[in-house]
Write a protein that binds this ligand. Structure first.
Ligand code: ZN
Ligand code: ZN
Length: 539
């Protein structure tokens, strides 16, 4: 914090003794998992400070009257992750509204510019994982409003209770010049309106029994930093040929309450959240409707396991997302011990996805060595806005039926593969010793018994099939121009601890890729499909 922090006097608010600001009351401490600072409180006076709607001074706040307070300050590089601005909310407030702004001085290329998130906690407090959360809009909005009846997307409608609320700033990038901010809080007095009625989506759609279901597990809307409405995302999921989708807006559960009207017999909508920590993002998939997961910690705060545990107790899945995304604070640093799956393919295929697949593949070998649970792969679009394509990529999951628990169970068991679109179809099996196993399964056979690995693919013209084991790529074969073909390769349980398949698009020059060669050029075209492994066991 900068020593010149002030709460300037707003002439419209005079007179008001609550403006008295004592810098010594500025509290530096850890009120959440990450480093945090709490500013001096902003008080909204008793009735006398209200400005009646008709301009006269009112003895008691007239319905519709408002009071505004403005706070400004400066943050230097190295500011706390979260800056808490306490706001004393009196009785009789109908609406809590905030506007904020901050400067954006020019910075050299390669230097982070100012970027400051915002959110709010109510009188129930700011404790990590506590009950006071009332919304978060990241850096996407410059204002928000909350009342009993409605709230700005990202925020939770409900009672505007009397007590100390906290507006929270999250200055996640501070330029070398520092960051000057201004926060304006406006309370509107009046009786609360009718209570908001949530419309949560059902946990079941009309399925086909035990079958393969397609779904995108990572999607954003205007309820966080996407530009698509929930109606548009649901329409996009249907257009992509998906059976299910998961809503994963950043750091808020507020969209859960609107999905009911967009789900249907043909589309299962699963509620979730993308938990955006300062050391990577993770998906909480299948949260009970309305449940929120806190994100206010770094890897070194060692709080991730606590919140992963909360998700698990609620029946949801924990999935670290885009672990090598190069954006600030996006690389995953909290490990995979608590992960149910790993997002190895995020949106259109890019080099960070290659890194994620390499890490995931290495972890398969580790799981075989240690006997610990292996981590299945997921692929999701992370689509926010046009032109990002919903369903590029998505998961094709073997589930007992089209219900939230069944789909989550299929993902957790690794009975799934990833497709770039619903035009891609595949079937991958391993047969030997009189037995057969499919994706996510285990085949047990004598050490020297022939084991046939077979994939039937369609929808990838000129694509290249790769079979990969714990020894690396053991077989490569191109598909015909039609994109439909079958590739078979023979191994044994003594040679391969697991086998998995990739189907790659041709390289930009039309060639199939260079197999397991070394050189300065890219080796592969974009991924078209990737399977979870089948494990091979000597027995
Ligand atoms: Zn993310
Ligand atoms: Zn995302």
């Amino acid at each position: 914090m900068h020593p010149e922090d002030t709460i300037p006097t707003d002439p419209a608010d005079e007179p008001c003794e609550q403006h008295a600001f004592d810098r010594r009351r500025m509290l530096l401490g850890v009120t959440a998992g990450a480093a945090a600072i709490t500013l001096a409180p902003v008080a909204f006076g008793p009735a006398a400070s209200a400005q009646a709607a008709d301009g006269t001074s009112a003895a008691a706040p007239a319905p519709g009257s408002t009071v505004t307070r403005t706070v400004s300050g400066h943050l230097d590089t190295g500011a706390a992750d979260f800056v808490y601005l306490p706001v004393e909310v009196p009785e009789g407030v109908q609406q809590f509204a905030v506007q904020y702004s901050y400067d954006k001085p020019t910075v050299q290329a390669g230097t982070p510019a100012n970027s400051c998130d915002i959110g709010v906690f109510d009188q129930r407090g700011t404790a990590l994982g506590g009950r006071g959360f009332r919304g978060w809009s990241g850096g996407f909005r410059t204002s928000f409003e909350i009342s009993n009846t409605e709230a700005t997307p990202g925020y939770l409608p409900g009672p505007v209770g009397a007590g100390t609320w906290h507006v929270v700033l999250g200055p996640y990038q501070v330029a070398p010049q520092g960051l000057d901010y201004q926060v304006q809080v406006t309370l509107t007095f009046g009786a609360p309106g009718p209570a908001f009625v949530p419309n949560y989506p059902p946990q079941r759609a009309k399925g086909r029994g035990r079958a393969w279901y397609r779904g995108d597990g990572h999607l954003h809307t205007v309820y966080s930093d996407g530009r698509r409405l929930p109606s548009e995302v649901a329409a996009g999921a249907r257009a992509a040929g998906l059976d299910f989708m998961v809503s994963t807006d950043h750091n808020t559960s507020s969209s859960h309450a609107v999905w009911g009207q967009y789900s249907g017999p043909d589309l299962l909508i699963v509620t979730g959240e993308e938990v955006t920590t300062r050391n990577g993002h993770w998906l909480a998939l299948g949260l009970p409707a309305g449940e929120w997961i806190d994100w206010r910690y770094r890897s070194r705060d060692n709080a991730f396991a606590r919140f992963a545990g909360q998700v698990h107790r609620s029946g949801g899945l924990v999935v670290p997302a885009h672990p090598y995304c190069p954006y600030i604070a996006c690389q995953w640093k909290s490990g995979y011990d608590d992960a149910d799956a790993m997002e190895v393919w995020n949106g259109p295929w890019t080099y960070d996805d290659e890194s994620a697949v390499d890490t995931w593949d290495a972890r398969l070998g580790e799981a075989v060595r240690t006997g610990r649970r292996w981590t299945p792969a997921m692929g999701n679009s992370d689509a926010h806005s046009v032109p990002q394509v919903i369903g590029l990529p998505h998961n094709v999951v073997l589930a007992d039926d089209l219900t939230t628990p069944d789909v989550l169970a299929g993902i957790k068991a690794g009975h799934s593969w990833i497709a770039e679109s619903s035009a891609v179809q595949l079937d991958f099996t391993v047969t030997g010793g009189g037995r057969q196993a499919g994706i996510g399964g285990t085949l047990t056979a004598a050490a020297d018994a022939p084991v046939d690995v077979r994939i039937d693919v369609s929808g990838v013209p000129k694509g290249t099939v790769r079979f990969i084991t714990d020894e690396g790529q053991l077989h490569q074969e191109s598909l015909p121009d039609s994109g439909t073909g079958t590739v078979v390769w023979r191994t044994t349980t003594s040679l391969a601890a697991y086998v998995r398949a990739e189907v790659r698009q041709p390289m930009a020059d039309g060639s199939p890729g260079q197999g397991n060669t070394m050189g300065p050029a890219l080796v592969w075209g974009p991924m078209a499909a990737l399977t979870n492994p089948v494990f091979l066991r000597v027995g």
